[in-house]
Design a protein around this ligand. Sequence first.
Ligand SMILES: [Zn+2]
Length: 329
Amino acid sequence: MSLKNYQYNAIMRGYDERQSASRAVLSARQKEIEQNLPAYAALQQQIIENSMAYARAALLGADSADAEKLRKQNEELSQKKEALLLAHGYPADYLAPVYTCPDCKDTGMIGEERCHCFKQAVVDLLYAQSGLASVLEEENFNTFSFDYYNDTVTDPKTKLTPRQNIQRIYDTCQSFVKNFDTQFNNLLFYGNSGLGKTFLSHCIAGELLGTAHTVLYLTAYELFDILGKAMYHDDEEFAASGEHILDCDLLIIDDLGTELANAFTLSRLSLCINERFINRRSTIISTNFGVQELADHYGERNFSRIFSSYTPLRFFGEDIRIKKKVESA
Ligand SMILES: [Zn+2]
């Protein structure tokens, strides 16, 4: 996981906001108690005076019995404050600082280490920026169903039924995730639409985002749009999204073939795929094209690069979206 400056800044802004929100809550509560419980303020004042007396005594080298007496008094006063709050229906810690994360007091750090809430903030940010937050709740490895795939008719080429085939693909996707940090791999999902290509790419995205990997999911149409614009844009976030395409941990290009292609976009695609390959950044391409169509559309050179450095996974069978619709109707 590598965060961009703007991503890091967004997370730190979140901490600033939490801290000032918590200060605002606390000061409103202090005002409320001041007004409703004047006795509380009197106790508080006594604690302050005792503490000053304690500090003076320490400076003058007073004996430890006196210091101990003051400390005890303060302890009792604090207990009285708590009792007063409780007696008036407030929680005992009503005037303690309010932290979203008490472990790091909303700073994101515990000593030199990043707090667990920082890591969670990274995951949340990555989810939000992946553009997949809502769909991943429904489409993940746990909700994937093999039942929609025919298990009686065999494919003449592979001698597998669509269900056997999808099980093999599902396993490949799971090992792709499992070995993501140790083995560099790329996947090519190809075959007719409505066979679960997008669903499975969502499954992979969800798993990797959950372990704080940077995942970018784009339709080919969106990808070409960004690649085309990023060059001319001054906006930091926009330029970063162009850069992000090249260096995110996983790039998913969905529906390759539906983009508006011309010589320029094709050379961009080639550049993008090459650059990611050289830097060992994984890519998943999904397309409704068959092998021959891919070769015709993207040219022999692009095609052979993709086909040789990606694990090709062919989806076949009947469109399962129709079966899903019938079932839910
Ligand atoms: Zn924390």
